[in-house]
Write a protein that binds this ligand. Structure first.
Ligand SMILES: [Zn+2]
Length: 154
């Protein structure tokens, strides 16, 4: 680890301790050149797969921010707490993380739909209408029926 003060490449670890839950290790270091002291934190970095877009060619890094954004948008003004959304995002990420190096954006969309379906049916419909690109009222009707709503046509 390079010294942040003098950029000397060699520093010595003088103390290590793990955080409360053991997921972070804090190391106290000392520069061998200028004797400056600083702290580093070590955390496990689980790599997330690349997301393959609909065209099958474009690949973008997975973005938790985007996922939360789209779910929050679907859940706007719905009686679902931020912590429930977080828990849903956690479950989605667990599934993504242990898969392949690449994941189709469609698969993430399916996971989001499954979570929204159990969180809030209205949010599910909002997300589904964009996701499946519903254009006809019939598309909505079919989706609503799948959710267990009965529709009476007039
Ligand atoms: Zn130094």
């Amino acid at each position: 680890m390079q010294c942040p003060y003098c950029k000397h490449p060699d520093t010595q670890v003088i103390d290590s301790r793990s955080g409360e839950d053991g997921s972070v290790i804090r190391r106290r270091r000392r520069c061998l050149s200028c004797q400056g002291r600083f702290t580093t934190y070590e955390k496990v970095a689980l790599s997330m797969p690349l997301v393959v877009k609909k065209d099958g060619r474009t690949r973008v890094p997975y973005s938790q921010e985007k996922l939360i954004k789209s779910m929050t948008l679907a859940l706007r003004k719905r009686p679902v707490t931020a912590s429930a959304i977080e828990a849903a995002v956690d479950r989605i990420e667990q599934k993504i993380r242990f898969g392949e190096k690449e994941i189709e954006s469609k698969k993430i969309g399916d996971l989001v739909l499954a979570e929204l379906e159990s969180l809030d049916k209205v949010a599910y419909m909002r997300f589904a209408s964009v996701y499946f690109n519903y254009s006809k009222p019939d598309d909505f009707a079919i989706a609503l029926e799948k959710l267990g709503f009965s529709i009476t046509k007039k």
